[in-house]
Design a protein around this ligand. Structure first.
Ligand code: NAI
Length: 331
């Protein structure tokens, strides 16, 4: 039995977390759970976005299943997600996007993984007001952070039978910062001669992803481009309800859906819990519980293929709970 920390989050967070935990329990996942309310709602109640006990729990379990958290815009709050990634040095944000034959999209052949650097770039959030009419933001690229995300992408390619790593950048304009990232990529690529490597400018990448997504295998990229591109890849496979992720560092691992707290549908019980569920499957695989993960993935595939119990984002009318029950029935 492994104990994991669970943050229920804001908006649709509690609804999808409950559904996912019910499915994990029905699959007899060998997990114990320590639950915490975190986020804007917790701040309103107790004056802290994340209670101290929640940090302590993660520091003990080293495994976190996290629901989305609302970041109030322009109110001086640092994003909790960014805080967690930095506090626990979760430097690699890994976001797999794979077409599912049951989900009809114009892009049936997507099977790619985005490796997004998770600790620096513009996301350090250092901004200065120079005067009433000018604001500066700092884009930080370091050798250490670049090397470890690029090595992580190549190592993943080797261990997962992938054939190509593409570096995405804007080095034609940001010659020093993105140029540095690209130079590091080219040097590291020489250490992995078995894996093909190439690079693309981020704007061209957006077009190529839509025209020929099958040409991409693994993408490695600085923080901001990774954030934007991975939302684009979720659109290719059927929407944000289907894109899981893991954030890993040397000592800690956090698993979360790529989507946010979806305030527009919160409390309506129509949110799709699949992205969080697949993130939980990544957690199970991370701790070696491959069979349980495979059973859950297979149950989800069956429900999607039956096409009867889909949530509205996938064109159906099922509630989160009806979808959950259908997955449990297939287990
Ligand atoms: P969002 O991802 O919450 O929603 C974008 C659109 O996708 C909405 O129309 C929403 O209804 C839909 N959607 C998202 N997840 C869905 C699901 N599971 N099932 C069905 N539909 C789904 O992005 P938005 O609205 O820009 O952000 C809302 C809040 O979430 C903001 O405060 C933002 O900072 C925060 N956020 C948190 C993240 C995290 O905790 N990891 C990641 C992204 C945003």
């Amino acid at each position: 039995m492994k104990t994991i920390t669970v943050f229920k989050g804001d908006g649709i967070g509690p609804e999808i977390t409950d559904a996912v935990i019910d499915i994990l329990k029905a699959a007899n996942a060998p997990l114990d759970y320590e639950f915490f309310n975190v986020g804007a709602a917790e701040y309103e109640r107790h004056g802290a976005l994340i209670p101290e006990e929640a940090f302590h729990s993660f520091e003990k379990t080293h495994l976190l299943l996290k629901s989305p958290i609302t970041t109030p815009i322009g109110k001086g709050f640092r994003s909790l997600n960014v805080t967690l990634r930095n506090k626990y040095d979760l430097y690699a944000n890994i976001r797999p996007a794979k077409s599912n034959s049951a989900i009809k999209t114009p892009f049936p052949n997507v099977d790619l993984v985005t490796f997004r650097e998770n600790t620096e770039d513009l996301y350090i959030g250092v901004e200065y007001k120079m005067n009433d009419d000018t604001v500066h933001a700092i884009k930080l690229i370091t050798r250490k952070a670049s090397e470890r995300i690029i090595h992580a992408a190549f190592k993943y390619a080797l261990s997962h039978g992938r054939h190509k790593v593409t570096c995405v950048h804007k080095a034609n304009i940001l010659k020093m910062s993105d140029g540095f990232f690209l130079d590091i990529f080219r040097n590291i690529a020489k250490e992995y001669p078995q894996i093909e490597s190439d690079d693309k400018i981020v704007d061209n990448t957006c077009m190529q992803l839509v025209m020929h997504p099958e040409n991409f295998d693994i993408i490695v990229t600085p923080n901001l481009y990774g954030d934007i591109l991975s939302d684009l890849t979720s659109g290719l496979i059927g929407g944000l309800g289907l894109l899981p992720s893991m954030n890993i560092g040397k000592d800690f691992a956090m698993f979360e859906a790529v989507h946010g707290s979806a305030p527009d549908i919160a409390g309506k019980h129509i949110a799709n819990p699949t992205a969080l569920l697949w993130s939980a499957c990544m957690l199970l695989e991370y701790i070696g519980e491959n069979n349980t993960a495979a059973a859950i993935r297979s149950a989800v595939d069956t429900v999607l293929a039956e096409n009867k119990m889909l949530t509205p984002d996938l064109g159906g009318t099922a509630t989160t709970e009806q979808y959950r029950d259908a997955v449990i029935a297939c287990l």
